[in-house]
Design a protein around this ligand. Structure first.
Ligand SMILES: Nc1ncnc2c1ncn2[C@@H]1O[C@H](COP(=O)(O)OP(=O)(O)OP(=O)(O)O)[C@@H](O)[C@H]1O
Ligand SMILES: Nc1ccn([C@@H]2O[C@H](COP(=O)(O)O)[C@@H](O)[C@H]2O)c(=O)n1
Length: 226
């Protein structure tokens, strides 16, 4: 048993809405929310800042052993602290996004990250999102959801988000980047992105955020009204 409390695992491809809905569900149920992608992103940022090649597994592993990554909850947001420096915004930059899947492909990195993620699970009622939560991190999660949406819809959502942040996004480029990251995450050898056999797949292409949250809460209720 990986957990004592209640665990909800949300997996799926890039920009499917995992973190948005996971955070809302955690708020509604008063659970802890953990964004595991932020942990891989934080390590990637540190590696890039230290000129470590994202393909160099041994150097990355040594770096990770010497790194603390904390996820703190503030109202409606999660702050990411890398060695006690707030990197919440920095880990979303393009360079990190384009290198994170390379960092995340290494076995040693994944084993250490999964161990850290399971410590959160041990101690709390939790909603955790990522790529391998239902398959590897919490294989005995109480509820498993696999969120999908068409690549066009996901690119469009990121486009709107980036516009709102004041950037000048290129829709076609976003679409290519999302598709490329999915391909990389799906084809890697170690715990690839795949739906857990016992996960409920939810296509969100034509659903609003609130509709997705509602659907997941219904799944939670069906599993025993947690
Ligand atoms: N059902 C929805 N309808 C419309 N927009 C949505 C929906 N779900 C999420 N979004 C928006 O899509 C964008 C991507 O969502 P989010 O960051 O939660 O995805 P993610 O799956 O966590 O992505 P990543 O894996 O890249 O971290 C956000 O701007 C979010 O507000
Ligand atoms: N459990 C996870 C979570 C993330 N990854 C890798 O990190 C990348 C960034 O994740 P986001 O959710 O922040 O977009 C993702 O593309 C994966 O390469 C992972 O491997 N396992």
């Amino acid at each position: 048993m990986t957990h004592k409390g209640i665990a909800i695992a949300i997996d799926g491809p890039a920009a499917a809405g995992k973190s948005t809905v996971a955070r809302k569900i955690a708020d509604k149920l008063n659970y802890i929310y953990i964004d595991t992608g932020a942990m891989y992103r934080a390590l990637t940022l540190k590696a890039l800042n230290n000129d470590i090649d994202p393909n160099n597994e041994d150097e990355l592993y040594q770096l990770l052993l010497d790194t603390t990554i904390k996820l703190t909850q503030a109202e409606q947001t999660q702050r990411v602290l890398l060695d006690d420096t707030d990197v919440t915004e920095a880990i979303r930059n393009e360079e990190v996004t384009n290198n994170v899947s390379t960092v995340a492909k290494h076995r040693l990195i994944r084993e250490e990250m999964v161990e850290r993620q399971r410590q959160f699970v041990q101690e709390n009622n939790i909603v955790m999102d990522g790529r391998d939560i239902g398959t590897h991190v919490i294989p005995d999660a109480d509820v498993k959801v696999f969120l999908i949406a068409s690549v066009e819809e996901r690119a469009q959502r990121r486009y709107i988000e980036n516009k709102q942040k004041g950037f000048n996004p290129d829709l076609e480029k976003l679409k290519q980047e999302i598709a490329e990251r999915d391909r990389f995450d799906t084809e890697r050898e170690v715990s690839p992105l795949v739906k857990a056999e016992d996960a409920v797949e939810l296509d969100t292409t034509s659903l609003s955020i609130d509709e997705v949250v509602e659907e997941i809460l219904k799944i939670v209720e069906r599993k025993g009204g947690i």
